[in-house]
Design a protein around this ligand. Structure first.
Ligand code: PGA
Length: 253
C-alpha cells in the first residue's frame, strides 16, 4: 500500500479567467519539468470556459484536465448544459460529479449523479463521484449512514478503478478551514472501501478514494499518509500555484 500512486485533483469551481489559466499552466509545466519523474497523478478542473485552453496548454505535461459536471445525455435540447462527450472532445479525461455544491445548489440527487456517471463512463471519462455529510448529519452521528447511502446510490453499474473514483468531502469541511480528525477520515474511508468491495465484487480495493475539504499544504502530508486515502480533491488551495504544488509534492510516492 505504501507505494501506491496518489491523485491530486484541483477543483477551481467558478473561478479563473484566461490570465489565471495561463499562469497556472506555465507554472505547473515548469515545475513538472523540473521534477522530472512526476510520481503522482495531477488533474485540474477549471471552469468549462478554460477547459479547451488548459488541455492544450498542459498537453506536454503529466497534468490532465476534467470538467466540473456533465449532463446525463449525449446531446439535445438542454440549454446551458454540457455533455460528457463534449468535455472529452476538448481534451478532458475526468469529470467531477455530485459535488456538494451541485447536490445542494442544484438539488442533484444520487440517482442523477449515477446517470451522469454512466454517461461519463460511456464517453470514456473517469468520474470522480463526491459524497459527504453536512454538519447537522454529522452532529446527529449519521456520517457513515449518509456517506454509505450516497456511495451505494451514486455508483454506476460497471464501475471499476479505471473509470470511477470516490471523493469523500464532508460538506462542513469545504472552504471552512475545518478538517475531520485523521481517525474520522480513516474511519469513513474504511467504510467506503468496504462498500466498494461489496458493490463491485473486487476485493483488491482498487477504486481510489480521495479526501477533500480544506486540504492545505499544512495538513496534506498527514491526510495523504493515511492508508485508505488515495489522493486529495483540493478547492481553494488549487487556485494558488505554490499551495497546489506543495500538496502535489506531499503526494509524491
Ligand atoms: P476546499 O474545497 O479545498 O476549498 O475546501 C474542496 C472542494 O470543494 O472540492
Amino acid at each position: 500500500m505504501g507505494q501506491k500512486r496518489l491523485l491530486v485533483a484541483g477543483n477551481w469551481k467558478m473561478n479563473g479567467l484566461r490570465a489565471d489559466a495561463e499562469l497556472m499552466a506555465e507554472g505547473l509545466a515548469s515545475r513538472c519539468h523540473a521534477m522530472g519523474n512526476v510520481a503522482v497523478d495531477i488533474a485540474l478542473f477549471p471552469p468549462s470556459t478554460l477547459l479547451d485552453y488548459m488541455a492544450r496548454a498542459l498537453d506536454d505535461t503529466p497534468v490532465v484536465v476534467g470538467g466540473q459536471d456533465c449532463h446525463r445525455a449525449e446531446k439535445g435540447a438542454f440549454t446551458g448544459d454540457l455533455s460528457a462527450w463534449m468535455l472529452r472532445d476538448v481534451g478532458a479525461s475526468y469529470v467531477l460529479l455530485g459535488h456538494s455544491e451541485r447536490r445542494a445548489g442544484h438539488a442533484e440527487s444520487s440517482a442523477q449523479v449515477k446517470d451522469k456517471a454512466q454517461a461519463a463512463q460511456a464517453a470514456g471519462l473517469v468520474a470522480i463521484i463526491c459524497v459527504g455529510e453536512n454538519s447537522s448529519e454529522r452532529d446527529r452521528g449519521e456520517t457513515l449512514a449518509v456517506v454509505g447511502r450516497q456511495v451505494q446510490e451514486s455508483l454506476p453499474a460497471g464501475a471499476t478503478h479505471a473509470n470511477t473514483i470516490i471523493a469523500y468531502e464532508p460538506v462542513w469541511a469545504i472552504g471552512s478551514g475545518q478538517v475531520p480528525s485523521t481517525e474520522e477520515i480513516a474511519n469513513v474511508h474504511g467504510e467506503i472501501r468496504r462498500l466498494l468491495v461489496k458493490a463491485t465484487g473486487d476485493d483488491s480495493g482498487a477504486i481510489r478514494i480521495l479526501y477533500g475539504g480544506s486540504v492545505k499544504p499544512s495538513n496534506a502530508a498527514e491526510i495523504l499518509g493515511l492508508g485508505d486515502v488515495d489522493g486529495a480533491l483540493v478547492g481553494g488551495a488549487s487556485l494558488i500555484l505554490d499551495d497546489f504544488w506543495a500538496i502535489v509534492t506531499a503526494a509524491v510516492r
